[in-house]
Write a protein of this length. Sequence first.
Length: 273
Amino acid sequence: MQEISEKIFNHISDLIYQEIGVHLPQKKKAMVNSRLSKRIRKLGLQDFEDYCQYLENNKQELLHLFNTLTTNVTHFFREKHHFDFLCNNVLPQVKDEKAGKKVRGWSAGCSSGEEAYTLAILLSEFFNQSWDTKILATDINTEVLNAAQKGIYHQRQVKKVPYELLTKYFQLGTGENKGLFKVKSKLKKLVQFRRSNLNQNQYPIKSKLDFIFCRNVFIYFNDKTQNKILNRFHKHLKPEGYLFLGHSESINTEEREGKWESVYKTVYQKRRR
């Protein structure tokens, strides 16, 4: 199979940007070529031109395209300092302010679920059972969402979960499932997984959120798309709610003006009007 042409790469790149806001620069051409080649062979197609025609005639293939070209890297308690800040600063503030004993958080770009389940564990540990705690977990990639909903992880994936939490919230596999850990139902019920496109105008959110984790996602968007998403996040956060970004991400000074206050390493608080 010939390598992807400049014309087809630009077509795929434009399509991805229009649909989900992800920017694929020229340096990603080799990655697109490699991943799409596998998809083309699986479909029994001849080349990239055939694939573009197939895309045109089969809109459902867009889901597979997003799954193929989006990158998913995560683990439990990733960037632990953020979870420390959540437990030491955010959750005590929520507890002091909440009369209704309801806590809502969002793991945006949740990948295979490790971040969402980490958040659910921490909320479960911090609040007693009289509190209504829920985590919304969303991603564009249906394959990783399916894995997240199953909640089954290999031993190497749970190595950063403290032992006492591992035994409390995970069921150890036996027999043919030896070496696997399954999230217990009491934790699963705290997390709702949904497919969602951050580039869409409306998000599937009804309640105001206490915090949003959207880490290592903005690196795939250009400034214009980032700012649109930030405005939507701002709308869905309660006054003085918190936004957690990835270690290499930030809100620029102009965009922060009157809206966000930097309170910790890549943690921003929504300003009261």
